[in-house]
Write a protein that binds this ligand. Structure first.
Ligand SMILES: C[S@@+](CC[C@H](N)C(=O)[O-])C[C@H]1O[C@@H](n2cnc3c(N)ncnc32)[C@H](O)[C@@H]1O
Length: 248
């Protein structure tokens, strides 16, 4: 469940301002690889708009009309051309192939069932041109952290932000971990002093454990070529924060 969370696209961009090493990584990869680009779960285009600004033809697919509208607004404001498509990454048909397909910022983890992930990978495969790359990043689940999700509402101070409309906004999150489903079930609360809990939105996110990841890809007809543990390209290891996966 994530629709309500992503219906606040402007607040999403304020809470997660983007930029940084993930944008640099994807811009660098696309720059080296060249060609046409497809991002699934593109949101407001935090990565796609800079890539399109580098001159690559870009298509972004997302479930959320609100996230796409904000992406379109920002791209228009910057004079950058991106084709925005409302769709579901579990099954889509754009009728053409791409040289570089990516899914970033844990967007893939909104697919909770194994079948949904495999179905997404199959759809990706159908959209890969010969020699194309599929790259995605998901967090590396820490069993200790997952087990610590006790349902208690806590402040996420690092995510607090200033909204030009409302003023200072605090962010609280309560999470539990559903172990058989491998899903962290969260509720996010956004508040100001005068408007407590003006947003209360569920957000569920799956874990993909390191051993199952290549098997899911294989079922989808894809092969894991390389797995990095951070944005600088360090090899994936037990204590890595990320699983940054290069596939073909
Ligand atoms: C964490 S945001 C990441 C957005 C963007 N990739 C970025 O880096 O800022 C996840 C995005 O995935 C989208 N999403 C979730 N489930 C989806 C699905 N089944 N198909 C397409 N998009 C989906 C959400 O609407 C949201 O915009």
């Amino acid at each position: 469940m994530s629709d309500a969370f992503y219906s606040h696209a402007r607040l999403y961009d304020l809470m997660f301002p983007g930029g940084g090493p993930a944008v640099d990584f994807y811009r660098g990869e696309v720059g080296r690889h060249g060609g046409s680009v497809l991002e699934l779960g593109c949101g407001t285009g935090q990565k796609l708009i800079p890539i399109a600004g580098d001159g690559h033809p870009c298509v972004g697919v997302d479930f959320s009309a609100e996230m796409l509208a904000e992406g379109r607004r920002k791209a228009d404001e910057r004079g950058v051309a991106v084709e925005w498509v409302q769709g579901d990454m579990r099954d889509f048909d754009l009728g053409r192939t791409f040289d570089f397909v990516f899914i970033t910022a844990n967007s893939l983890l909104h697919l909770q069932e194994g079948e949904d992930l495999v179905s997404c990978f199959r759809a990706v495969r159908r959209h890969l041109a010969p020699g194309a790359r599929f790259v995605f990043d998901v967090f590396n689940p820490s069993v200790g952290l997952l087990a610590g999700a006790d349902g208690v509402r806590r402040a996420r101070e690092a995510l607090a932000f200033r909204d030009p409309v409302r003023g200072e906004v605090s962010v609280d999150v309560a999470e539990t971990y559903d172990a058989p489903a491998q899903v962290t079930r969260g509720t996010w609360y956004l508040s100001t002093d005068s408007e407590p809990d003006f947003v209360v939105a569920p957000l569920d996110i799956r874990s993909i454990f390191p051993q199952e990841l290549p098997l899911l890809l294989e079922l989808g007809g894809l092969r894991l070529v390389e797995r990095f543990g951070d944005w600088s390209g360090r090899p994936f290891a037990t204590d890595s924060q990320l699983q940054l996966c290069i596939c073909e």
